[in-house]
Design a protein around this ligand. Sequence first.
Ligand SMILES: Nc1nc2c(ncn2[C@@H]2O[C@H](COP(=O)(O)OP(=O)(O)OP(=O)(O)O)[C@@H](O)[C@H]2O)c(=O)[nH]1
Ligand SMILES: [Mg+2]
Length: 286
Amino acid sequence: MAGWLKNVLGRITGSHQAVDWEEVEAALWQSDLGAPTATVILESLRSKGLTLHSENVLEAAREEAAKYLPEKGEDLSPMPAGSEGPVVILMVGVNGTGKTTSSAKLAALLKSRGHSVLLCAADTFRAAAVEQLKSWGERLGIEVVSSEYGADPAALCHDALAKAKRLKSDFLICDTAGRLHTKSNLMQELAKMKRSLGKIDPTSPHEVFLVTDTTTGSNAVVQAREFHAATPLTGLILTKLDGSGKGGVAVAIARETGITPRFIGTGEQAEDLALFDRASFLERML
Ligand SMILES: Nc1nc2c(ncn2[C@@H]2O[C@H](COP(=O)(O)OP(=O)(O)OP(=O)(O)O)[C@@H](O)[C@H]2O)c(=O)[nH]1
Ligand SMILES: [Mg+2]
């Protein structure tokens, strides 16, 4: 048996034992769902109390959480024939969540499907960040558009999109600097990047992914709200699901903001990225 709740249930003897609600509550807390979402799920389970037994409460808890999540993450696809590309993806999030690594992973995935991809090192805030993306680019054989340290990231995104159009790239992935959602000047910088891309293609960016570290706490709901306000998000990339995090934060974000997972990151290598899959995600979460 894997998962905390399963372990708890495993300790309860007899197949028709009544549910130990304290233990269920503790399991929901351990899943990183955060208080509001854990409470909603718990209340819903309690309302079914008469029909629940220790052996089906786990399934019932998963079913409650599943209501907020898509069965599969929506995949990326190139522009339909007749529309001009590239599909522009903006990667945003707080510091250290895995934006640069996920940018490289996505680029690798798209390249493996035969698409042409351009990467843009729009984290000009940290000198090492440009080098980090360039080194991924070299390993993957994908061109990286960059500028000098301290350059305006909005201008760089603009130039990268112009270049991607010239090259007729299918995708442009812009890696941005980590920023705290509480710093309004940095959040405005994101909105400026969006406007500056929009000057070339008013429909861009087509995707804005909030890269969310599943090993950090439920503060991610507040982050999601603030990032969504600055540049409307089109999905989540849940990183470090190979670590200790249970990922419940994704359920909380989905329930409270409607923004749902698209991809998951399960390691530090280029191939450690997969489309979100609800069943396996929930199996791991609870
Ligand atoms: N185990 C694991 N590590 C990851 C994953 N994604 C990223 N990392 C690691 O997390 C660390 C931070 O990743 P970055 O991609 O540099 O994060 P970032 O969001 O670009 O960081 P800043 O640009 O500083 O905000 C690196 O050591 C990555 O190798 C993942 O899915 N699993
Ligand atoms: Mg980075």
